[in-house]
Every structure is written in structure tokens, then in C-alpha cells.
Design a protein around this ligand. Structure first.
Ligand code: ATP
Ligand code: MG
Length: 260
């Protein structure tokens, strides 16, 4: 039997201050799945994502990528495993003084020796690929623009192109639309959905908009206080399930979302 692309096996995370970020989390994700992770603030969504690419270490359990425990790897092996995992952030994490093209090329750094990366010695093939990706996200006219001069939606598109430069098997998105207006948010979610589908890539997206989770995800994982309390298709996310995840009735939550 083939190992799943990603498997959480009884993962717990206790922060140094004693806060339980994750508690006995187990689930698997297969190639091509688009999974939304939802839950109230502090539920552990970011902790979960950051445990996968080791932005954070877990306290116990295993995080397996194709059967290999990334939580115990280090050095060259960890670097190679990380290269296969892309990440997109709420605040874009671009280098603002650099051009759009240079930011996208940064997606290749995980595959280059550090001195080549430092000198910006990208291959012609990488440059062509970056240009093609910028066309795909409709930013072909912005190659030489400074990242600082872009709108929020455009910055996030550059973040997407940079992540796809890695040709990852797995894409992690931590609140990719939380800082965007509704129309930019739709463009970003449409792009993430179409681009991951086209490449049969697995995608894990933390979202606080339940509507977006239902619209785009094939599967929703609900976290509450570090524990998985829901895992199923969007159709199964009933009002009762929403209340289990958020601890307040779905109707109240909808009101809160409108106000915030
Ligand atoms: N570096 C840290 N040190 C101590 N506690 C932390 C740290 N990072 C997160 N926590 C705590 O761990 C819990 C889970 O936090 P996490 O950021 O994963 O939640 P989240 O679901 O992403 O929340 P949000 O929706 O606000 O982004 C929270 O109680 C949080 O305060
Ligand atoms: Mg978070």
C-alpha cells in the first residue's frame, strides 16, 4: 500500500509557556486534495501548518511526508523535504525592495547551493519558468515592478508564483485571503484552486471564512482547542458541526463575520 502524501500521526504540540497548540491530531492527505482548515482564533490552525514544514517543532507524534518523518529530519535531508512543500502567508512575506521577478525566483533557492542563490545565479530555465508562472497569474506586465508598489491582491499572486516555482507536492496556505478585499480574495482562491488542480497538487488552506472553505475545499478539517473535531466534505458541515467547531451557534457566527 502506498503511503499518503501527508500523515499526522498522534501529533501534539505544547508551547514553552504550557499552551497546548495541538492535541493528539491524526489525519492523512492524499495528492490532489484541497483541504480547508477552519476553527476559531487560537484553535491551532497555524500551529498545524507550521508543524509540517518545521517552522515549528512538535512535542510528540509524527508528521510523515510519503512515509518519512519530517519532524525528525535535519540538515540536507530536511532541506530537500522542505523544497517539496510550498507556503503562502497572510502577509505575503515578499522582499519588498526587490522586483516581482526576483521574488518569484526566490522559490528556487531551496534547490540551489547557497552561494549560487546569494549571487542570484538562476538558470535560464528558471527565469523562463518564472515568466511563465507570472503569465499564468496574469502578472506578466509586472516582471520588473518593485514588490513594494503592488496592491495586496497582486502581492499575494506573486506569493503564489513563488510557491509554485518550487514545484511543490504540497502547498500550505496560512490565511491567504485574510488581508484582502472580497474581489481580490475571490481571484486568489480561484487561482489556488485551478493551479493546484491542474498540477494534481495537495493543498492545505487555513481559512476563517467558512463560506470560502465550503466553496473551494473538497474536504474541511475543523479544529477546536488543538483537537480535530470535524473532518469531512463541505456538505457534512452542518450548522451543528459549525457550532461544535466554534462553540457558538452558526447564526451568531455569521453575524460576527459580517461585523468584522
Ligand atoms: N510561539 C508561541 N508561543 C506560545 N504560544 C503560542 C505560540 N504560537 C501560538 N501559541 C498559542 O497556541 C494556540 C494556537 O495558536 P495558533 O496560532 O496555531 O492558532 P490559529 O488557529 O492559527 O489562530 P488565528 O486564527 O488567530 O490565526 C493559541 O492559544 C496561541 O496563543
Ligand atoms: Mg493562525
Amino acid at each position: 500500500m502506498q503511503e499518503p502524501l501527508l500523515r499526522f500521526d498522534d501529533v501534539s504540540k505544547v508551547y514553552r509557556n504550557g499552551v497546548q497548540g495541538l492535541s493528539h491530531v491524526s489525519f492523512s492527505v492524499e495528492a490532489g486534495e484541497f483541504v480547508a482548515v477552519i476553527g476559531p482564533s487560537g484553535a491551532g490552525k497555524s500551529t498545524l501548518l507550521r508543524s509540517i514544514n518545521r517552522l515549528q517543532d512538535i512535542t510528540s507524534g509524527r508528521v510523515l511526508i510519503r512515509g518519512e518523518d519530517i519532524s525528525r529530519e535535519s540538515g540536507r535531508k530536511l532541506r530537500a523535504m522542505r523544497a517539496g512543500i510550498g507556503m503562502i502567508f497572510q502577509n505575503y512575506n515578499l522582499v519588498y525592495r526587490l522586483s516581482v521577478m526576483q521574488n518569484v525566483l526566490h522559490g528556487r533557492l531551496g534547490y540551489m547551493s547557497s552561494w549560487r542563490g546569494m549571487l542570484g545565479l538562476y538558470s535560464e530555465e528558471d527565469r523562463e519558468k518564472a515568466a511563465a508562472l507570472l503569465e499564468e497569474i496574469q502578472m506578466g506586465d509586472f516582471l520588473n515592478a518593485r514588490a513594494a508598489d503592488l496592491s495586496g491582491g497582486q502581492k499575494q499572486r506573486v506569493g503564489i508564483a513563488r510557491a509554485f516555482m518550487q514545484e511543490p507536492e504540497l502547498l500550505l496556505c496560512d490565511e491567504p485571503i485574510a488581508s484582502l478585499d472580497p474581489s481580490s480574495a475571490k481571484i486568489i482562491m480561484d487561482m489556488l484552486s485551478a493551479m493546484t488542480k491542474r498540477r494534481h497538487m495537495a493543498c492545505l488552506v487555513n481559512l476563517h471564512q467558512i463560506d470560502a472553505a465550503k466553496t473551494y475545499a473538497g474536504r474541511i478539517i475543523g479544529l477546536r482547542r488543538g483537537t480535530v473535531v470535524f473532518d469531512g466534505p463541505p456538505e457534512a458541515l452542518t450548522d451543528a458541526a459549525v457550532e461544535t467547531i466554534y462553540g457558538v451557534p452558526a447564526s451568531e457566527l455569521a453575524m460576527k463575520e459580517c461585523v468584522s
